[in-house]
Design a protein around this ligand. Structure first.
Ligand code: ARG
Length: 703
C-alpha cells in the first residue's frame, strides 16, 4: 500500500566522490562506480515507491553530493528552512533546492549568512510530531536552532555530536513511528545522552552497536512499520521485529563512500504539524567581554576552545587587537549553549579566565538562603582560587577568604555586607549563597608581556620541569626564598616522610634554622621519621648513614612514638632533651608553628597529630594565611589539601619524583605554580647550596 507520505530524491547522474568533507570520503576520491551507484539508487527509489510517493529534483552538474537530498532543507508543513552548507563544496546546491521548494509552493526561510545548518541531515522530527531533534558539533551551528524553533514553531532539542564519523545527526539517530528511537549512543556527548534518555522511555530506545552504526543502520527511512536501510545485523533486525518493525535492506555501498546512505538520499517533504506543539528552544545565549593580553597569553583561544569543548558555540562579535606590544586587546563574544545548565558550566569557567558581562548587562548576583546548616542551595557557585568579586545592590564586593571548592556566602555585619568563601560544612542558616553565574567576576592582573616572560617565576609558564631544568628552578626558588626572607614575608613548607628517607632532613633543618620557613605542614609520618632518625639514627628501621636495615629496627618507629607520647607533646620531648635535633626540633626551638594532620594509617599517633580532620584543615588554613610561597615537598595528600585552601597569587613549588603528582598540583591554571620532578633530598641539597651562594643584598660579601 502506498501512503500519502512524500519523499524528495535526486538522481545520481552527477554523483561522485570529488572531495573530502567527512571521514568516509577519505581515500575514496573517484573510487565509486557510477553504474553501481545508479543501480543502488534505483533500487532504493523503487523500494520507497512501493510504500510512499517520491518526487524528484533535477540533478545539477558540478554538485556531486546533491543526491543527498536530506540536506536540501528541513520541511515542516508548508514551511522549509533552507540549508546553509558549512563547506563551500556543497554551497552551490542551495539555489537549486531553493528553486524546487519555491516551485512546489513551500514557504522558504533562509538563515543569516555564515550560520551553517544542513537541513534534515541534522534535524529530525520526532515521529509523533512532539518536537524536533537537532544536531550540532560538526556541520550545523547551535545558533541555528533558535531560528528553527521560531520559524517552524516547534520545540527544538539540541544534541551534540562527538564522533566525526557521525557528523550529521541522521547518521546516528533515527526517530521511528510510535515514539521509538533507533540510535547510536556513542556518537553523542554525555549531556546529550542524558537529554535523550529523559525524553525517550527505556523501552522505546533501540541503541545499536558500533558495527551496525558504521553500516549506517541509523540512516534509515521509516514509513510506518517499514524501516529501509543499507544493512542491519541479525540481532538488530530481530530487535526491531520484536517491536513491530520490518527491516528492508537495500545495499548502498557506493554512497557510503561519500558518507551517506538511505536516509541521506531522501527528504521527507510531508511532515505533519502537531496541533498542541509550539516553539521552545532551550538554547541560551549571552554576550561576555574579555580584556587583557588575549592573544599573547592565549586567553582567547582557551576561552573559545572551552566553549566548544563544553558543548556550546560562539560568535566573536568584536575583537580589538591592541596595536602596540604593551596594549591589551578586548573581545566581545556571544556564547550559546543548549541549555541553562550547560551555559552555567561554560560561564563559570569563563569567569575564571576573567570574562565579564557587558556594562549594560551587569546584574546583581543571584542569592539563595541556606535552609539547612552545612548544605548549600543546589545551584551554588563553586569558588575558585582567583580573586573574585560579586555584585550586590549594584556594587562590586570583594570576596574574602578566597579559596577553591567553597561557596560564596553573604552576611550582613556591623560593617555592612560581607562576602566570604565558606566551606559547605561552615554554611549557617541565614547565610545567603551565590547561585547561578550572574554578577560574578574574577579580577585578573593583565601582566605585560615583559613581566610575564621575565619575572622570577617565569619558568612557571613551562609548568613542570625535570632534569637539567631542575638546577634552573632551584636557582629561582632560592632567589625567591631570599627575597621573601629579606622582606619579612612568609614561606610555608608541606613535607612528607620522603624528605627524611632521601636525606633531605638536614637541609630542611637549615632552612628552618636560617629563617626561610615560617610554617610547617605534614602528617604523623614526617614527624615520626624525623625524630626516629635523630634519636636512633634510623628511618623506618634503616640506618640512615649506612643505608642498611638495622636488626629489629622496625620497632624503632614505635619506640619513638611511645617516647613522645610519654612526654605528652613534641615540644615537651624537645624541652626534656630527648629530641636533640631534626626538623621538629628546629621548629620547636625557632617557634615555627606546625600542624600534623592525621590519617587512617597513622601509628600511634603522636600526641601532636590532629586526628580530627576538620580541625586539622582549620589548623592548616591558619598556618597558610598570608603565605607568599608554599614549598610542597613529596607529600601528595597534604599538598593537595593545601592547594585547595590557597588563593591564586601565592607561589607554589611542588617537588615530587612522581610526575603525576607534580602535574596534578601545578596544574591550577595559575602561573604562580611550578612543578619539579626530582628527588626531594637532592632538591633540598641543591637549594641550600644555592642559598649559600646568594650574596645578601644588604651585607657585602667580604673575604
Ligand atoms: N558527502 C556528503 C557530505 O559530507 C554526504 C551527506 C550525507 N547526508 C546526510 N544527510 N547525512 O555532506
Amino acid at each position: 500500500m502506498v501512503s500519502q507520505i512524500r519523499f524528495l530524491m535526486c538522481a545520481p547522474d552527477h554523483y561522485d566522490v570529488d572531495y573530502v568533507i567527512n571521514p568516509w570520503m577519505e581515500g575514496n576520491i573517484h573510487k565509486s562506480s557510477r553504474d553501481r551507484a545508479v543501480e543502488q539508487w534505483n533500487k532504493l527509489y523503487n523500494v520507497i515507491k512501493n510504500h510512499a510517493i517520491v518526487d524528484l529534483v533535477a540533478p545539477e552538474k558540478g554538485w556531486p553530493d546533491m543526491v543527498f537530498s536530506a540536506n536540501a532543507g528541513l520541511v515542516l508543513g508548508e514551511n522549509v528552512v533552507l540549508s546553509r552548507f558549512l563547506h563551500k563544496e556543497r554551497q552551490g546546491e542551495e539555489p537549486h533546492f531553493q528553486h524546487w521548494f519555491e516551485q512546489n509552493g513551500y514557504n522558504v526561510y533562509t538563515l543569516p549568512k555564515d550560520l551553517p545548518f544542513e537541513g534534515a541531515g541534522d534535524a529530525l522530527l520526532d515521529r509523533e510530531g512532539r518536537w524536533l531533534w537537532a544536531g550540532y558539533g560538526f556541520r550545523s551551528e547551535l545558533d541555528s536552532h533558535p531560528y528553527l524553533a521560531k520559524w517552524l514553531d516547534i520545540e527544538v532539542i539540541s544534541l551534540r555530536l562527538m564522533d566525526e564519523r557521525f557528523y550529521h545527526l541522521d547518521t546516528c539517530f533515527c526517530p521511528l513511528a510510535n515514539g521509538y528511537l533507533l540510535y547510536y549512543p556513542g556518537a553523542f556527548d554525555s549531556y546529550s545522552n542524558r537529554v535523550i534518555e529523559m525524553r525517550v522511555a527505556p523501552e522505546k530506545r533501540i541503541a545499536i552497536t558500533e558495527a551496525d552504526a558504521v553500516n549506517f543502520a541509523c540512516n534509515a527511512v521509516n514509513v510506518e512499520s517499514i524501516v529501509i536501510m543499507n544493512k542491519a545485523s541479525e540481532s538488530l533486525k530481530s530487535r526491531l521485529a520484536e517491536v513491530g518493525f520490518q527491516v528492508i535492506e537495500t545495499p548502498l555501498t557506493e554512497f557510503l563512500k561519500a558518507g551517506g546512505a538511505a536516509k541521506c538520499l531522501t527528504l521527507r517533504v510531508t511532515e505533519p504539524i502537531g496541533d498542541e506543539i509550539h516553539a521552545n528552544a532551550s538554547v541560551e545565549s549571552r554576550v561576555i567581554r574579555m580584556e587583557g593580553h588575549l592573544l599573547d597569553a592565549g586567553l582567547i583561544n582557551r576561552a573559545l576552545d572551552l566553549i566548544v569543548e563544553m558543548g556550546g558555540s560562539f560568535q566573536v562579535l568584536k575583537f580589538n587587537l591592541g596595536e602596540q606590544r604593551q596594549s591589551t586587546s578586548a573581545a566581545e563574544v556571544r556564547v550559546s549553549a543548549p541549555s541553562h545548565e550547560v551555559m552555567e558550566e561554560i560561564i563559570s569557567q569563563l569567569i575564571d579566565l576573567g570574562a565579564v558581562d557587558l556594562p549594560q548587562d551587569e546584574r546583581d548576583s543571584k542569592l539563595e538562603p541556606v535552609i539547612q546548616a552545612g548544605v548549600a542551595p543546589d545551584d551554588f557557585y563553586v569558588s575558585t582560587i582567583y580573586p573574585t568579586e560579586i555584585r550586590v545592590n549594584g556594587e562590586w564586593l570583594k570576596v574574602q577568604n578566597q579559596r577553591m571548592d567553597g561557596a560564596i556566602a553573604i552576611s550582613t555585619t556591623a560593617n555592612g555586607i560581607v562576602a566570604k568563601c565558606k566551606l559547605l560544612r561552615d554554611l549557617e542558616i541565614g547565610d545567603k549563597v551565590v547561585v547561578d553565574v550572574l554578577g560574578i567576576r574574577t579580577v585578573r592582573k593583565a601582566e605585560s608581556r615583559e613581566q610575564r616572560n621575565s619575572q622570577e617565576f617565569s619558568f612557571m609558564s613551562s609548568g613542570v620541569s625535570s632534569e637539567r631544568r631542575v638546577e634552573l628552578v632551584v636557582e629561582q626558588v632560592a632567589w625567591e626564598l631570599r627575597k621573601i626572607k629579606d622582606s619579612g614575608g612568609k614561606v610555608v613548607v608541606t613535607a612528607g616522610p620522603v624528605v627524611i628517607h632521601t636525606g633531605g632532613g638536614e637541609h630542611l633543618c637549615r632552612l628552618v634554622r636560617e629563617g626561610y620557613v615560617q610554617g610547617l605542614l605534614g602528617g604523623n609520618a614526617i614527624a615520626v621519621h624525623d625524630m626516629e632518625q635523630n634519636i636512633l639514627g634510623t628511618s623506618l628501621g634503616v640506618d640512615m648513614k649506612r643505608g642498611v636495615a638495622v636488626r629489629g629496627g622496625h620497632r624503632h618507629h614505635l619506640k619513638v612514638i611511645n617516647t613522645v607520647r610519654r612526654f605528652g607533646s613534641i615540644a615537651k620531648a624537645v624541652e626534656a632533651g630527648v629530641v636533640k635535633s631534626g626538623v621538629m626540633y628546629e621548629c620547636v626551638k625557632n617557634n615555627i608553628p606546625f600542624s600534623l594532620a592525621g590519617s587512617i594509617r597513622d601509628d600511634g599517633p603522636l600526641p601532636d597529630t590532629q586526628m580530627n580532620l576538620i580541625l586539622a584543615q582549620q589548623e592548616y588554613s591558619q598556618i597558610i594565611e598570608g603565605a607568599d610561597m608554599i614549598l610542597m615537598l613529596s607529600s601528595m595528600l597534604h599538598s593537595i589539601g593545601v592547594g585547595n585552601m590557597t588563593p591564586a597569587g601565592v607561589k607554589m613549588v611542588c617537588v615530587d619524583i612522581n610526575p603525576a603528582v607534580v602535574t596534578k598540583l601545578s596544574d591550577r591554571g595559575s602561573i604562580e605554580s611550578v612543578g619539579v620532578v626530582t628527588d626531594v633530598g637532592l632538591f633540598l641539597s641543591l637549594l641550600t647550596q644555592q642559598l649559600d651562594k646568594l650574596t645578601s643584598p644588604y651585607i657585602a660579601n667580604v673575604g
